[in-house]
Design a protein around this ligand. Structure first.
Ligand code: CMX
Length: 135
């Protein structure tokens, strides 16, 4: 795994949180993107080598809606950049981590992604992500 690609933060209201993170980081988000499959609207901030992804639910049954209902707003996942997602998924499975998707999925911000179940990663939802062009 090369670096932390981004941290995902679940928020109740994307517009309000975009303002808050603009004040916090001293920079505007550089994109807003809907991920229909996941029922989320996302905003991305660049901060040095890494990024912050804010996530607001667009459906009552989404992972983010459930997360906020159970735990409130806060850090939702850590995403690691990988060069070869197929090889990393195979390695993760062989090491005993539970993959939440058997094939890479299209994620936000030009990535293909795979999530690992937090029950197998000390309670932290982990995402592997690779640039789409590399697939
Ligand atoms: N981090 C750590 N633990 C989490 C978690 C998270 N983000 N989300 C859920 N959990 C925990 C719950 O607290 C719960 O723990 P307990 O059993 O101790 O109460 C357990 O996992 C099961 O939670 P649940 O609410 O019943 O939720 P589900 O089992 O339905 O789903 C998960 C949990 C992680 C499998 C599901 O959220 C998932 O598949 N996530 C991957 C997809 C995703 O998160 N998409 C949104 C982001 C998309 C994007 O980045 O674009």
């Amino acid at each position: 795994m090369r670096k932390i690609e981004h941290l995902g933060i679940a928020v109740k209201n994307l517009d309000n949180s975009n303002e808050l993170f603009k004040k916090l980081l001293g920079a505007e988000h550089y994109k807003v993107e809907n991920v229909e499959r996941e029922g989320v609207s996302t905003a991305f901030f660049k901060i040095g080598e890494t990024k912050i992804e804010l996530l607001e639910t667009t459906r009552p049954d989404s992972a983010i809606a459930k997360f906020i209902e159970k735990r409130g707003e806060g850090i939702h996942h850590i995403a690691f950049a990988v060069d070869d997602i197929h090889a990393e998924m195979k390695r993760m499975e062989e090491e005993g981590f539970q993959l939440l998707n058997k094939e890479p999925l299209e994620g936000a911000d030009g990535k293909v992604i795979c999530f690992l179940h937090p029950k197998t990663t000390n309670g932290v939802l982990v995402e592997l992500c690779m640039d789409k062009q590399a697939d």
